[in-house]
Design a protein around this ligand. Structure first.
Ligand SMILES: [Zn+2]
Length: 126
C-alpha cells in the first residue's frame, strides 16, 4: 500500500506523487508526469500508449500494455482510490492537450493533477 493512486488501475500503490517513474505492481503502468497531465495523448516518455489506452488494456487484459508482462492481481489488502474512474470517450475533449497547455501550467500540488479529483486543476482554468 502506498500514498498515491495509480492513474491507470486506481489502486493506491505509489509512494510518491505523479512523475516518480515508478511502475505499478498491479497494472505495470509507469508513473510519468506528462502522461497524467495529458491522459489521452501518447506517452511522452516511451512514445507508448496514452493513459486512456492503458486503462482500457488493463480492464480488458489485466496489464496496461499488451507488450508487458502482467503485474500481480490486486489482493484484499489493496485499496482503490474510491473517487477513481477510467476515462470515458466523452471526456477526451475536456482533458488537457500538449498543444494547448504547457508544463508552466501544471499545478504543484499532486492531487490536483488527477482528473478524477473534484479539485482537478484543469476544470478550474479560465
Ligand atoms: Zn496501476
Amino acid at each position: 500500500m502506498g500514498n498515491y493512486p495509480c492513474p491507470c488501475c486506481g489502486y493506491i500503490v505509489f509512494e510518491f506523487g505523479p512523475g516518480s517513474e515508478d511502475v505499478c505492481p498491479i497494472c505495470c503502468w509507469q508513473d510519468v508526469t506528462g502522461d497524467v497531465i495529458y491522459p489521452t495523448e501518447r506517452s511522452a516518455a516511451s512514445d507508448g500508449p496514452s493513459l486512456m489506452q492503458c486503462q482500457k488494456d488493463y480492464i480488458e487484459i489485466g496489464v496496461c500494455n499488451p507488450r508487458l508482462e502482467a503485474g500481480r492481481r490486486p489482493s484484499s489488502d489493496d485499496v482503490r482510490d474510491p473517487d477513481w474512474f477510467p476515462i470515458t470517450p466523452d471526456m477526451v475533449d475536456c482533458l488537457p492537450k500538449r498543444s494547448t497547455l504547457g508544463p508552466e501550467s501544471w499545478p504543484d500540488e499532486y492531487l490536483r493533477r488527477y482528473y478524477w479529483k473534484k479539485d482537478y486543476f484543469f476544470k478550474t482554468q479560465g
